[in-house]
Structures are given as C-alpha cells and as structure tokens.
Design a protein around this ligand. Structure first.
Ligand SMILES: *Cc1c(COP(=O)(O)O)cnc(C)c1O
Length: 426
C-alpha cells in the first residue's frame, strides 16, 4: 500500500489517542525508528523528543533490547501465568523489589500503567476490607494529577483535566486537595502541609489510601514539587491509618535524576506503580509493588486472594526486554547521562525565558518544559517542530520533552531549538 492509501484507511478506521473519529489532524506515518530517530514514510527523519511518552529511554532498535526480545521469542512468547511461572518474570520481580525503595517486596505484573493503578487501588481497598474496615474505601489525591484512563484511575486524575464533569455519577467521588506548591527547589510550605494534615485527619475513617505522582505531575500539567511533601504524606498517612500509593509510571527508571522519584524523599510508599520505561518502550507492561504488610493483610482476609489476573500477565517477551532494559540502565552511568540531558535542556530552553507568550521555563532530571499563556496550536506545533527535524507532542499550554538518555548533544540542541520555535509560533 502507498502512504496515501494507508493514511486514507487510518482516517477511516483507526481511532487515535484523545481524538475524535475521524481525527481532525492527519498523523505522521512512521516506517521505522532507530537510535533517537523516527523515519517517516516520506523519507524525513525526526529526532524524538518524547521517548514515545516517557518509555523509550534507550532509544529505538537498541541492539541489546532487540537481542533480548529475539532470544526470548526463540524460547516462548507467552504462557499463561496462572499455575505457571518462568525465569523472565521471576528475574524481573526480584530486580524490581531490589531497586525500588526498601520494603516493597511483592510484585504484581500487569498489562499497562492504568491497569497497575487499578491493581494498586484494589490492593488498598481490599487490605482494609480484610482488616474488617470496609468503610475505608475512598482515595485522596492532590489536584493536577494523572493516573491513567480507565475508570478508577480517572477518578483520581485532576477533576478538570480528567473531565470529571462529563463523568459525574459514573466515577467514584474521591477527595481532592489543592495541587502541591510548584517548584522542586521551593522549600515545603507549612500551611500547605497543614491543609494536607487537616484533610487526611478529617477523612481518615473513610480513606483507604492517598495516591500521588511523586515529584513530577506529568500528563496533568508537567509540574514539579519539593520531595518534602512526600515525606509529609508518609508521616500523615502512617499516623492516620491510611495507605500511600506512589504512581511512578512516568517518573521511574531515572527520569527525574534519581532511579525512582521516591528516592528524592527517601520514603517507601505502601504501593508503588511502574510502567512506561519498564520495558524500554518495547512492549506494554507495568507493575504494582507492595509491602509485606499490605500483602499479608489481603492474604489473611475473608477472601484471602487478590482477584486479578490479566490474560497476558507476566508476558515473557515483555519481561525479558524489561530485564534487558533495566540491566542496560544500571550498567551505565545513567546519572551522568540524565544530568547531561538536563543541562542541555536547561541551556537550550533558556532562550525561551522572557519570550512573549512564555509563562514559565522549567526542567528537572531529563525533563524540559515550556509553559505558554495560551493553548498550543497542535497542527502548527507539529509543522514547526518537524521543520526543525524534531518530533514533539505538546498538550494544552505545554511544550515539553523527555528525550532518550543517549540523545547526543547536537540532537538535544535540535530538540530545544524546535521547542523554542514552537513557543514563538504556535
Ligand atoms: C502514562 C501514565 C499512566 C497510565 O499508563 P498507561 O500505560 O498509559 O495505561 C498512569 N500514571 C502516570 C503517571 C502516567 O504517566
């Protein structure tokens, strides 16, 4: 089929993320990707600023990951996980327990980030049921969050960004506190901590868990906050018999400058979710990890099982490539790479500070953000970025990048130049 034929069929049949059907903006047709470049059907190559939504931390077609996948496909691509187990999943669970904050011992592998949030919530609700406190079934979060697109995760997304108005009566009604004060380096604001304390104490009897994205609120607005708020949440939840869930689906595997964002705060949540970069962006897989206290609570209950078991749970291909990706990350000096990317983003984006329409320029770890005072014109943004040879996918008023860690300095410069140009024109 020609590119034009493919795009015609795409327009007719294929539903794309967060879009109407048919879509209003034609997507770019990709025929291949290698290193940090996407190849388009018309022959153009684009430097990828997005790591395919946080996931492709090692870029595309990495020989180590390709080999791990091929090798595993030569053994078995999938077997059911009920009653059966295998080395790729065992090794992955053991590694995750080792590299995540101390105390997270048990690993539930699942299909996607949203499903891991469902599992995390189920774990927390069931824990309190098992302990004879079924009234503890609500969740508290701060505004500006994003936790996925299935219903329970949607219920803890930012009420405006998550379109809670559209879903009134359908979504469980959770408790919201204001978004944490912005700024990774801004010392914790005691009056905000007092607000957290008051809400958690007031609702302790009905609260199963507090759920937040630690340090970086991603798709909810690319906002950073001080890790001190996480320590405050840990103390407050412990003191009030409430569990704490960290959603590290975007922040995990080095993106914020620590292996996990929780490491900035030195705290262990009761449940932690990872996804996105878990497989280096090769296949869909996520995990919910929990402490022994949570697992014991559930397993001693009236219904002493966690009733969840996706068909493709523990998929060996995904687990094998996840093992290879984590191995590749840990055997290199990833901190230096993330710091280099961060410095490149900071330097390149400095040109945008003070531009008309640019409200804020910020970066943390290997994440760079330009926030505008108006919504980005997406069609124009894509035009401008691709003219610079770069792939960006702004949303709302945000132009942001989280490039693969191996992005070369000159490619990084192209990414920031494209971001600044988009800020000027779109
Ligand atoms: C992407 C994301 C999710 C949802 O993961 P999916 O794999 O898209 O279902 C949840 N939480 C955060 C923080 C995310 O960035």
């Amino acid at each position: 089929m020609t590119p034009a034929e493919l795009l015609a069929l795409d327009a007719r049949h294929v539903w794309h993320p967060y879009g109407p059907m048919p879509g209003r903006v034609e997507p770019l047709l990709v025929t291949g990707a290698a290193g940090v470049r996407l190849r388009l059907a018309d022959g153009r190559e684009l430097v990828d600023g997005m790591s395919s939504w946080w996931s492709a931390i090692h870029g595309y077609r990495h020989p180590v990951l390709d080999a791990a996948l091929a090798e595993q496909a030569g053994r078995m691509s999938h077997v059911m996980f009920g009653g059966l187990t295998h080395e790729p999943a065992i090794a992955l669970a053991a590694t995750l327990a080792e590299i995540t904050p101390d105390g997270l011992e048990h690993v539930f592998l699942c299909d996607s980030g949203s499903v891991s949030i469902e599992v995390a919530i189920k774990m927390c609700l069931q824990y309190w049921r098992s302990l004879g406190r079924p009234g503890k079934r609500r969740l508290l979060t701060w505004r500006g969050g994003y936790h996925g697109d299935t219903f329970h995760p949607m219920s803890v997304c930012d009420p405006d960004g998550g379109m809670h108005g559209l879903w009134r009566g359908t979504l469980p009604e959770q408790l919201f506190v204001p978004a944490p004060p912005a700024g990774f380096d801004s010392p914790p604001d005691q009056s905000y901590v007092d607000t957290l304390a008051a809400e958690i104490e007031r609702h302790a009897g009905e609260l199963a868990a507090v759920i937040v994205e630690p340090v970086v609120q991603g798709a909810g607005g690319m906002r950073f906050h001080h890790p001190g708020y996480l320590r405050a949440l840990r103390e407050l939840t412990e003191a009030n018999d409430v569990l704490l869930i960290f959603d590290e689906i975007a922040t995990g595997f080095g993106r914020t400058g620590e292996l996990f964002a929780a490491d900035h705060a030195g705290v262990t949540p009761d449940v932690l979710c990872v996804g996105k970069a878990l497989t280096g962006g090769y296949l869909t897989m996520a995990a919910a990890l929990c402490t022994s206290a949570v697992a014991d609570g559930i397993s001693r209950g009236e219904v002493p099982v966690l009733a969840h078991g996706p068909t493709f749970m523990g998929n060996p291909l995904a687990a094998a490539v996840a093992n290879a990706s984590i191995g590749l990350l840990l055997e290199q000096d990833w901190r230096t790479s993330v710091r280099r990317i961060g410095a490149g983003l900071r330097d390149g984006l400095a040109a945008a500070a003070g531009l008309p329409g640019v409200l804020d320029v910020r970066s943390l770890g290997a994440i760079g953000v330009l926030q505008l005072d108006h919504p980005v014109d997406m069609r124009l943004a894509t035009e401008v970025a691709t003219a610079h040879g770069v792939w960006l996918r702004p949303f709302r008023d945000l132009i942001y990048a989280m490039p693969p860690y191996l992005t070369a300095d000159e490619d990084l410069a192209a990414i920031t130049a494209a971001m600044v140009a988009v800020a000027q024109k779109a």
